[in-house]
Design a protein around this ligand. Structure first.
Ligand SMILES: Nc1ncnc2c1ncn2[C@@H]1O[C@H](COP(=O)(O)OP(=O)(O)OP(=O)(O)O)[C@@H](O)[C@H]1O
Ligand SMILES: [Mg+2]
Length: 945
């Protein structure tokens, strides 16, 4: 039998160990091999079988899971489950957290999502998958889910146990209602959370003609930061690059965008890109995209939008201002109001006083490219704030001050009077000995985020602790600057700001005095002090007290009826009013007493009377809780009536915080106050020993350079070796100009500046926002946009324009573009290039363009393998070599590769020079052969040879 030679017989040494050596079957090598193969085959097939079986089981399990996932009951729905199904149907697309006893539960698909994101268990309970979290962890988990991009709904029980027990719906489940809905852009976070909740931005587009890359759109925008009540609106026309939209996105950094279901293609691309990316110049997180309903009418129908908006603002003084807004803003506003209504967050929109236009006449708007290229808000390495211009200027003490400074930095002033007012205030703050300055400085380091706090009060979401924090902070501020006899400043701005602070004093004190001065903790019952203001609270308290007195009297009666004089009430394990009787005397206990608990020595009882009284007391307690809650809500809305006045004080504080922050920057030893040229016609920048505010911090041997642009001398062609400091120098010019217009002192020995109307930059490889576009295409689109918008009062920076294509085309484009700027636009133009031939333009426009290069020392004879020492000093002239090979060596490219490159470079150089020479000769000959030749022109052509 084949079984005899089974593997067991062969491979069982333990069994055979008791038998003699001789009894072992003697097998040849061949037989052994054959046996081994059969062994392997047999086990192999078992493996196969097993894995097939496993697969079948897994498939079965998934099938079962799938069936269970669907809300098709295997059993009859419980009343709670029915409620869940109704809630899910009412709020589609919303991850619901449903309060059930001491937990919040997720049901169905929500449970699976919650389990994945929150790392909690999910399991099947009757008809649904469920997962749950304890009530006290609600905020923590909600934030995680919202951050992951979900729309989260919180459903709470709206009835309490004792009142329900005596109500008409006794047998039914607890009433539950959706109390709050939250997404990334609608988060009203608490005052202490480190980042402020983001902006919700709403966009509506209208086509304005053109096709393909000529296509133009007109866009309406409303953005709101629900946690601070900041509201911005705007309209703008955009080209194919959507650079205007990009600028707004970079300034506002929304965390959620509300858009129509259908968008124009380039906008769609941009929006999609934002929703996917992580950590770019737009920030570290992806943006949540919310599409409007498919049956939306507001985007396309102005009348419908206007009717809706007018209804929203009826009975508010803002109505007349709202209808004045541009049509497309009305449409956008209607969309955002409708959306925010779902979140109960429309309060802050009611007052148009806080609506700010995104671009105003008194500000220069730094566009998206400039923000990114000059690293205004974020660095381009890890996209954090570190090493940005903002980080150099930010010494604010408060969160709201920091938020305002962010706006100042992105929107430098163009109004000379306002600028001088700001910069003079800073000059005075540097040297003043007015005690108000130090008082403000020390106050600012301890202030909570009152701006957020006020908003939370306005939405009725403030906790008592937060409320007290806000009121106390406002009292501190208003009292600190009450004294009228303190010296005044010479700056009107400073006097105006400091004088506003005490105006709210009496109002805040009145509110604070209405509540308990020593309140701490979260028990609202202890918060209210004034009985006249909230009469319902003492009434319920009295009722509770009355029941408690009845219970005490009852004990006395019991002592008499039971003849046990030492009867007493005890509280054990939270159960109150237990009558304690020693076990030796339990015979005296009446029959109707119910034993609740006991020990070896004593027994504890309740009787019917006590039980009823306790029930009644519980009802009064719940009534008290309700009236306390109502009183608190009323109190918050009463405070809210002063929202405008309080907010004004917060914005004054923010303003002062920014001025003090710039004062700290200005106090650095080698910063200087810039002087602004009052002549609006002349644009000049004259800086002695200017420095790059960020690069200088990284280098102990920073080399300062002068900047001179005035009169007709407004363009510079900058050449020099790679790594020689060209880009740093031109960035430095832009940063000094921008800092000056923010009102800041600048890193230089002296600076005379003019008010620029814009700073345009075109540098390096563009941010890959518009995926699908070639880099060169982006480069040219951006250059075209600059040519369209730049004026004689703009600063234009073009760093290595034309680099993205072949040398000849690149050179030709660079030449033509620069010529256009010098000849027609006449802006201050900084042109960095590795094409030395461009330097010849100076001869065409003498007195208009300067050739400069970043100097260096070449050590050794061989030009390309020379050791280059960078001097970082700007000198007149042109550098003919970029020393690319030198940088290649610094970057550790193998020497053999560099040598081959060098040989190729020499050959190409020779070829090119030869071709250029021939072309020029032909040109000169052609000119001479013209019947009316121009001697001057020929002289010029000859000089070019
Ligand atoms: N004025 C200066 N003083 C000291 N170091 C400087 C100065 N300017 C620039 N540097 C240093 O030189 C490095 C290179 O500068 P930068 O990027 O401006 O060179 P570049 O000429 O633009 O080079 P490339 O042609 O490769 O773009 C900077 O990162 C900085 O560390
Ligand atoms: Mg450079």
């Amino acid at each position: 039998m084949q079984v005899d030679s089974s593997p067991r017989a062969v491979a069982a040494p333990e069994e055979s160990s008791s038998t003699s050596e001789l009894s072992k079957p003697k097998l040849s090598d061949q037989e052994k091999q054959a046996l081994h193969e059969r062994f392997a085959q047999k086990f192999g097939s078992m493996d196969k079988e097993r894995s097939l079986k496993r697969q079948r089981v897994e498939q079965l399990m998934t099938d079962i899971d799938k069936q269970k996932e669907q809300i098709i009951p295997h059993q009859k729905f419980t009343p709670l489950e029915t409620q869940v199904v109704e809630l899910k149907a009412k709020y589609p697309g919303c991850l619901l957290l449903i309060e059930v006893g001491y937990k919040f539960r997720f049901f169905g698909e929500d449970a699976k999502i919650a389990s994945r994101i929150l790392h909690i268990a999910n399991f099947i309970d009757r008809n649904f998958y469920v997962a749950s979290i304890p009530v006290h962890r609600l905020n923590h988990h909600v934030q995680k889910l919202v951050k992951a991009g979900y729309r989260v709904g919180i459903v709470r029980q709206t009835e309490t146990a004792a009142l329900k027990a005596v109500g008409s719906n006794r047998g039914q489940p607890f009433q539950r209602e959706l109390q709050q809905m939250i997404t990334k852009g609608t988060m009203v976070d608490d005052m202490v959370s480190p980042q402020s909740g983001g902006y919700l931005m709403c966009l509506v587009e209208e086509k304005r003609g053109g096709h393909g890359s000529d296509e133009r759109v007109y866009t309406g925008m409303v953005a709101i930061q629900p946690s601070t009540g900041d509201i911005i609106y705007d309209t703008f026309e955009d080209t194919y690059m959507r650079s205007e939209l990009e600028t707004r996105l970079l300034h506002i950094e929304p965390s959620e965008i509300l858009v129509p279901r259908i968008l124009s293609k380039p906008t769609e691309k941009l929006v999609k890109h934002l929703s996917l990316q992580k950590s770019t110049s737009f920030g570290e997180e992806s943006v949540r995209i919310e599409r409007m309903p498919s049956d939306d009418t507001f985007c396309g129908d102005y009348n419908a939008a206007l009717t809706f908006v007018s209804e929203f603002y009826t009975s508010t003084p803002s109505l007349s201002q709202v209808v004045e807004l541009p049509d497309i803003v009305i449409k956008t506003l209607a969309c955002i109001i409708r959306y925010l209504d779902e979140f109960n967050l429309t309060n802050t929109l009611k007052n148009t006083k806080f609506f700010k236009h995104f671009v105003s006449a008194s500000h220069m708007l730094l566009n998206g490219n400039t923000l990114v290229n000059l690293e205004i808000y974020r660095n381009n390495t890890d996209f954090t704030e570190k090493g940005s211009l903002f980080s150099v200027l930010n010494h604010t003490g408060t969160k709201f001050g920091q938020r305002l400074l962010k706006k100042w930095v992105g929107r430098p002033l163009v109004d000379l009077d306002r600028l001088n007012e700001r910069i003079n205030a800073i000059e005075e703050l540097i040297s003043t000995d007015n005690p108000k300055k130090n008082k403000a400085l020390s106050l600012f380091t301890k202030l909570p985020d009152i701006e957020k706090g006020l908003c939370r009060i306005h939405y009725g979401r403030s906790t008592p602790k937060e409320l007290i924090q806000v009121l106390d902070a406002l009292i501190r501020i208003s009292t600190a600057f009450l004294k009228a006899h303190e010296p005044r400043f010479s700056s009107d701005l400073l006097n105006r700001l400091f004088d506003t602070l005490p105006t709210i004093h009496d109002t805040v004190v009145e509110f604070r005095e209405a509540i308990n001065p020593n309140f701490s903790g979260d028990n609202l019952i202890d918060l209210f002090r004034s009985e006249e203001r909230w009469p319902e609270i003492p009434k319920q308290k009295k009722n509770i007290k009355y029941v408690e007195t009845l219970l005490v009297d009852h004990l006395e009666e019991l002592k008499t009826t039971t003849h046990m004089n030492d009867l007493k009430y005890v509280t054990v394990a939270g159960i109150e009013y237990l009558i304690e009787v020693p076990n030796t005397r339990t015979k005296k206990v009446p029959n109707d007493w119910i034993k609740i608990s006991g020990t070896k020595a004593v027994s504890r009882y309740h009787n019917k009377y006590i039980i009823n009284q306790l029930k009644e007391r519980e009802q009064y307690r719940e009534l008290l809780a309700l009236s306390v809650e109502k009183a608190y809500k009323d109190f918050l809305s009463e405070i809210s009536e002063n929202y405008e006045q309080f907010r004004e004080v917060v914005s004054v504080l923010a303003h002062l915080d920014c001025l003090l922050s710039l004062t700290i920057t200005a106090s650095q030893s080698d910063y200087v106050k810039p002087v602004f040229n009052a002549d609006q016609q002349e644009t000049e920048i004259q800086v002695v020993n200017g420095r790059h505010p960020i690069v200088e911090r990284l280098s102990s041997t920073y080399v300062a350079n002068d900047i001179h642009f005035s009169g007709s001398q407004k363009a510079m062609i900058l050449t020099g070796p790679n790594m020689g400091g060209k880009s740093s120098y031109i960035r430095q010019i832009a940063l000094i100009s921008i800092m000056g217009q923010i009102g800041s002192y600048v890193p230089a020995t002296s600076a005379t500046l003019s008010i620029l109307d814009a700073v345009y930059t075109r540098m390096g490889a563009s941010d890959n926002m518009m995926r699908g576009e070639s880099t060169f295409m982006v480069e040219l689109h951006e250059t075209a946009d600059i040519m369209k918008y730049a004026t004689a009062k703009s600063l234009v920076i073009l760093d290595e324009l034309g680099r993205g294509t072949s040398t000849h085309d690149g050179q030709a484009i660079a030449y033509a573009v620069l010529k256009h700027f010098v000849q027609h636009i006449k802006s201050i133009t900084l042109f960095v290039t590795h094409y030395p031939s461009l330097g010849k333009l100076v001869k065409t426009f003498p007195g208009h363009i300067r050739n400069c290069y970043m100097s260096y020392i070449q050590e050794g004879d061989d030009t390309d393998f020379a050791n280059i020492v960078f001097l970082y000093k700007l000198v007149d002239g042109i550098a003919l070599n970029s020393y690319g090979m030198n940088v290649a060596r610094l970057a550790n490219i193998p020497l053999s590769v560099i040598k081959a490159a060098k040989q190729k470079s020499d050959e190409m150089q020779k070829e090119m020079e030869e071709r250029q020479f021939q072309n020029r000769r032909i040109q000169v000959l052609k000119s001479i052969m013209q019947p009316s030749y121009d001697t001057e022109q020929i002289k010029h052509e000859l000089s070019m040879l």
